[in-house]
Design a protein around this ligand. Sequence first.
Ligand SMILES: [Zn+2]
Length: 175
Amino acid sequence: MRLAIKQASLAFIEGEVPVGAVLVMEGKVIAKARNKREMSNDPAGHAEIIALRRGAKKIDNWRLSDATLYVTKEPCIMCAGVMVNARLGRLIYGCRDEKGGAVDSLYELLSDKRLNHQVEVVSGILEAECSEILRRFFQERRGAGAVERGGLENRCGGNSTQGSNPCLSAKKSPG
Ligand SMILES: [Zn+2]
């Protein structure tokens, strides 16, 4: 998760909503990625999707049932959908996204028995750090008087009012 947070930090520097992801298989990192939606103008440019694509390419197999994806924030519907389609083995995420999360918050797609695959989920890992970087990002955006774009807003489900970042409401965890 530390590596995923590092990716999120790099996204922060690049002006992207700071979310990072790392894909691990047999104890080895096979892909790292960060949110690149603004830079790539790609609606699907989320860290999770980029990491899954890179990892699948690397092992030459779209089935990632032996892989674990670490991501700093609860994935959205789109990313959770790709995880099901990739037959991902396990997802470990940091902070919740009460306004956009499709794993525990709004939907529970990864445990939905109607789908042909379920993903094991572990949540709340380094939660405070994962949410802090998002909180700082949105705070700085507001501070700079930047015109927040719809896409950015949606990334963490917030709006421009204080406390809008869903990750802010995440409970502090010891570590
Ligand atoms: Zn997503």
